[in-house]
Design a protein around this ligand. Structure first.
Ligand SMILES: *[C@@H]1O[C@H](CO)[C@@H](O)[C@H](O)[C@H]1NC(C)=O
Ligand SMILES: *[C@@H]1O[C@H](CO)[C@@H](O)[C@H](O)[C@H]1NC(C)=O
Ligand SMILES: *[C@@H]1O[C@H](CO)[C@@H](O)[C@H](O)[C@H]1NC(C)=O
Ligand SMILES: *[C@@H]1O[C@H](CO)[C@@H](O)[C@H](O)[C@H]1NC(C)=O
Length: 471
């Protein structure tokens, strides 16, 4: 009797052990997998996903620099919710790079496949515009915007004039790779500005720079090239055709890069995109690019010294991949004033702009140009050029760095009158051709006297006052 009970008991225990243990293990395994999946989703999501839905990819890297112009959540949140035209176009592309929706896609390979990107641009464009033509959304955009939209997928404008097979004027007699290429946005009619720049801060060849910060006051110097980025005027508008004049100018100076598209404000982004493409083809050796307008004054001596300091920084070869310096604007809202030159209706774009280097001029590395060139193939054109560059930077997970020596809104009150004020800057906007010539002569004349003056450093002052108030 006793033995039978015991045997039954053993049997039961065997059954319990055999059946329940795997069950318990499976349950535990299930919990474990759930937790791991949740954690990894979270990890992926922190930089990117903002808002409620987790099914939409939002490009990563936004919050890396919290101390400077914190990036507002609303940009991408509104982006995917937004029924605005550009937002919908871009969403159709960004979806293809969502690491959660498409974890198996070899992101790196897709990243480099430009045919694939071009097909995405076209596909998203026809998807969205088909919808719109049915619902009549397109007709609701303002006229200028409609004009932009109907040409925004075209990027293959022919080159009318260009430097003769080289990367800008000034190639003769170079003994080392050029340090800097000046790429200056101009127009056919702005000959006066170009001439002022050629004679002053835009001189090419070997340029002895200012005093170096790092190398115990050693003098700097480097080879400089120059190119002007120009579109086409409508000959009908003013009744003059400058085609032949520009051809002559191009032959004489070798610094004209002109494309056959209408030179309007909303077409300025084309100059960036087409310049990147041209640069990638012709400018393998250039270390840095200054891209600016033709109505600025640049202290190019300081710029050369500043750039050589960058090259000497530890880990320079790594940081140069992302190198972009200028007057950085964060958390900017599109202008909704319909008389403004910058007017963007919210039926076209919703949300805030990404962080971008604004106004008259920006410095970036040649390495970065190549990356911008390839990423631009999967970012739809945006009518405001600086913002478009910011949008590309954002998708590269790179950030423009602010430098207070870029004065795109001119000097703060009275600072200009101080001695050596122009020796403390890299750039100031805006100056007429006559002013540029005068300022350059002045800077040259006072070079000895102002030798020791450091670059403006607005950050330091701000930090001091900040810590003073917090104490
Ligand atoms: C973030 O921005 C601040 C302010 O401009 C700057 O001092 C700091 O070096 C930046 N940090 C990084 C990681 O770029
Ligand atoms: C220039 O010198 C100042 C003061 O010596 C230093 O704080 C700063 O980091 C230097 N800048 C560069 C770019 O090396
Ligand atoms: C841009 O240039 C193209 C080609 O010349 C022109 O058709 C279009 O109207 C221009 N776009 C804007 C917004 O001016
Ligand atoms: C600009 O806005 C005003 C007032 O909001 C409106 O009356 C006008 O029609 C708008 N103009 C254009 C070109 O949209």
């Amino acid at each position: 009797m006793h033995g039978l009970m015991a045997r039954r008991y053993y049997c039961l225990r065997k059954v319990i052990v055999c059946v329940c243990t795997p069950c318990i293990l499976l349950v535990l395994l299930f919990f474990y997998i759930t937790i791991v999946v949740c954690l990894s989703m979270n990890n992926n999501a922190t930089p990117g996903i903002v808002g409620k839905s987790s099914s939409h990819f939002i490009a990563s890297g936004t919050y890396r620099n919290k101390s400077f112009s914190p990036f507002p959540k609303t940009f991408w949140e509104l982006h995917w919710q937004g029924d605005a035209y550009w937002n919908r176009l871009q969403l159709a592309i960004d979806r293809n790079f969502n690491p959660i929706l498409r974890p198996n896609n070899n992101v790196k390979r897709r990243f480099q496949n430009s045919k694939f990107h071009e097909s995405l641009l076209w596909k998203s464009f026809s998807e969205v515009s088909d919808l719109d033509s049915k619902s009549g959304e397109f007709q609701k955009l303002p006229q200028q915007m409609q004009d932009f939209v109907s040409h925004m997928q075209r990027r293959d404008y022919p080159i009318l004039n260009q430097p003769d097979g080289v990367c800008g004027a000034g190639a003769k007699g170079e003994k080392e790779p050029p340090l800097l290429l000046l790429a200056i946005k101009s127009t056919e009619f702005n000959f006066k500005s170009r001439q002022a720049i050629r004679q002053t801060w835009g001189q090419v060849g070997w340029i002895a720079g200012g005093k170096r910060n790092n190398s115990e006051g050693k003098e700097s110097g480097g080879y400089v090239r120059r190119v002007f980025l120009i579109g086409k005027e409508d000959p009908q508008e003013l009744g003059v055709d400058t085609t032949e004049l520009l051809k002559l100018e191009s032959k004489h100076y070798g610094d004209i890069l002109q494309w056959d598209f209408k030179d309007t404000f909303f077409n300025l982004t084309l100059k960036d995109v087409l310049f990147w493409s041209w640069f990638t083809q012709f400018c393998n050796q250039i270390q840095f690019v200054f891209k600016g307008d033709d109505d600025v004054f640049v202290n190019s001596l300081n710029m050369i010294a500043f750039l050589q300091d960058q090259l000497d920084m530890p880990q320079a070869h790594k940081t140069l991949q992302d190198f972009m310096v200028g007057d950085v604007i964060g958390a900017a809202l599109p202008s909704r004033v319909n008389k403004s030159k910058y007017f963007i209706p919210d039926s076209f774009y919703k949300g805030l702009y990404p962080m971008y280097a604004g106004g008259g001029g920006v410095l970036y590395s040649g390495l970065l140009v190549k990356r911008l060139h390839s990423i631009s193939k999967r970012v739809h054109m945006f009518p405001i050029d600086d913002v478009y560059v910011g949008m590309c930077m954002y998708r590269l997970n790179a950030h423009p760095v602010h430098h207070p020596a870029f004065l795109t809104f001119d000097f703060p009150a009275k600072e200009e009158e101080a001695v050596c004020s122009y020796h403390r800057i890299l750039l100031v906007h805006k100056r007429s051709p006559v002013q540029v010539v005068r300022l350059w002569a002045d800077v040259k004349q006072t070079q000895r006297q102002c030798w020791d003056v450091p670059l403006r450093d607005g950050n330091k002052k701000k930090k001091k006052t900040l810590s003073a108030t917090s104490q």
